[in-house]
Design a protein around this ligand. Structure first.
Ligand code: FSO
Ligand code: SF4
Length: 554
């Protein structure tokens, strides 16, 4: 086996990628990512202990979340960037050790002798680093502690990776929290324990769900603080004549910088996939040259990017292996990297702007077509009375949260079919990129309330949680007793973080697809079914009938 990775939904053969990632990640990069995670655990072992004694180091804290984010699916494919990160991790581990030992001296306590990731030394050359990475891969851990425990440890790690992505976005807008960083250290330190029980791991996983809720709240505050509350906004989804720059990913700060730097340059800026919700924010849509959204879901990017007559900036996942036809006008920034693709550092987007100006742009306007976004929690809750009334009068029978990530598997047609068949007296809440399978359909309204409410990016699951909690309060019931069903699609580790948050909140009866994670063994799934009645999707119409018959949800 050259590599082993089963962190995303597209793991080869439903079990794991062993030669090359379905995502395009090569074996060398996979091993270096595994080594970086190992190294980061070493930093956290000292960081956690220093933190307990009241000592923190901002650079260490930021490095940890950045490193976790870089190993998320479809973010960084560049082996060389991981070599640099691994070496930096070793330096920061030594710094965290000094911090801890100083704190111990000051407090008059004896410093612990730490081993494992805390004592690891990086090899001298890239080939040997790769060897070190292979030795610490989850394949090895599975053999050592068994698939159940290894899988639950990975569930926790993937939840942390997703949470780290959100923490990085919040930090880019100046929102950070020492307590949050402390919990990252604590969770990573926990992962280095040799003896852990399944029960303990489950509880720690739910604690990551709690952490992610806190981080999504932090990010919601960062986004709304910087750009205002999202409000319903019509977004053009067809091109406008002229020079063009496409911004993909999730980072609103990057989009803002690009909008500022392109002002007055005759370039129309378009959002792509998870950047679509940006149009809901007044602080971003005030830029007249934010022209619309372009293209379909992330997995259609190779077709879309090839056809796009301008420059493209990837601010976060999901990046696919680029085609030569557009590689020269593709740019990465932040945590994203692809060997040979120009990486923009220091928030100076001049190279992308120049490439946009050099490209032909759209020769003519496309036929006008719009969709509506911007149903954040405050926008929806400002209509709470009307919504509650509509439920009480029977005008709204049920809410369906059809959200999560999109992917390439054919089984994902389920979500389109499900949305298409939701009865006319039901409302669909949606978020993240899975909605690209149905967000151009016309769902109409119920008593003036749109039947499709796009709440935003995957992290805006926070909005859905706020709305569900407010409705539960209005009806004097538990969230599980609401006429609300969650039908979630997952692909990568942010969806794992959101799922853990929902489980932490005690939300039951979630349907998840298109398949269950490879890292969850039958035994672990059994426990999740028992505690949360979580289930895999079946056939869209069958699932819909079951839900509407209220057999499970009464
Ligand atoms: Fe999608 Fe990709 Fe937002 Fe993910 S574009 S799959 S869960 O990165 O983060 O929903
Ligand atoms: Fe395979 Fe997914 Fe890992 Fe990529 S991230 S190597 S597709 S399991």
């Amino acid at each position: 086996m050259e590599m082993f990775c089963y962190q995303c939904e597209e793991a080869a053969k439903g079990t794991g990628c062993e030669v090359k990632g379905v995502c395009g990640k090569d074996a060398e990069t996979a091993a270096l990512q595994d080594l970086l995670i190992h190294a980061v655990k070493g930093v956290a072992m000292y960081g956690h202990r220093a933190g307990l004694l009241g000592r923190r180091d901002a650079e260490i804290d930021r490095f940890i979340v950045k490193a976790l984010f870089k190993t998320v699916t479809n973010v960084d494919f560049d082996a060389e960037s991981f070599v640099a990160m691994v070496r930096r991790a070793a330096e920061l581990r030594d710094r965290a050790k000094v911090l801890y030992e100083e704190a111990c001296r000051l407090e008059g306590v004896k410093a612990e002798e730490l081993s494992g990731p805390a004592a690891w030394r990086p090899a001298a050359d890239r080939g040997s680093l790769v060897e070190q990475g292979i030795e610490v891969s989850v394949a090895v851990e599975k053999m050592r502690i068994g698939a159940d425990l290894a899988g639950l440890k990975e569930l926790l790690l993937y939840g942390l990776k997703g949470t780290a992505a959100y923490a990085c976005h919040a930090a880019n807008l100046g929102r950070e929290d020492d307590g949050v960083y402390g919990r990252f250290h604590e969770a990573l330190d926990f992962l280095t324990r040799e003896k852990v029980s399944m029960e303990e791991l489950l509880e720690r996983n739910l604690a990551v769900g709690e952490l992610n809720l806190k981080v999504m709240e932090l990010l919601d505050g960062a986004n709304t603080g910087a750009y205002g509350d999202p409000s319903p906004t019509r977004v053009r989804v067809t091109p406008v004549k002229g020079k063009a720059l496409l911004v993909s990913g999730h980072d609103l700060r990057d989009l803002e910088d690009i909008l500022k730097q392109t002002e007055g340059k005759g370039i129309n800026v378009y959002t792509h996939v998870e950047m679509l919700p940006a149009h809901g924010y007044e602080g971003l849509r005030k830029y007249g040259h934010l022209a619309g959204n372009y293209g379909g879901s992330w997995h259609e990017q190779r077709r879309d990017f090839e056809a796009f007559p301008g420059a493209i900036v990837m601010t976060t996942n999901c990046l696919q292996p680029p085609r030569e036809s557009y590689k020269a006008r593709l740019f990465t920034t932040g945590p994203v990297a692809w060997p040979g693709v120009e990486h923009i550092e220091g928030r100076d987007f001049t190279p992308a702007i120049e490439a946009a100006l050099a490209a032909p742009g759209f020769a003519e306007d496309g036929a006008e077509e719009y969709i509506t976004v911007g149903f954040g929690h405050r926008a929806v809750l400002s209509e709470a009375d009307r919504i509650v009334e509509a439920v009480k009068s029977g005008a709204i029978r049920r809410f369906f949260l059809i959200g999560g990530c999109d992917g390439q598997k054919s089984g994902r047609n389920y979500y389109t079919e499900f949305a298409e068949n939701v009865p006319d007296d039901c409302v669909i809440l949606t978020l993240a990129c899975g909605k690209f399978r149905f967000n151009r359909l016309d769902f109409g309204e119920i008593d003036g309330i749109p039947r499709l409410l796009d709440m935003g990016q995957c992290n805006d699951a926070y909005s859905a949680i706020k709305v569900a909690s407010a409705l539960a309060e209005a009806f004097g019931c538990d969230v599980n007793q609401l006429p609300l069903s969650l039908v979630i699609s997952w692909y990568e580790q942010k969806a794992v973080a959101v799922l853990l948050t929902l489980l932490h909140l005690g939300i039951r009866n979630i349907k998840i697809g298109p398949s269950l994670p490879a890292f969850l063994t039958p035994k672990v799934v059994e426990v999740l079914v028992e505690r949360f009645n979580i289930s895999a999707i079946d056939e869209a119409r069958k699932d819909l009938d079951t839900i509407l018959a209220d057999r499970v949800y009464a």
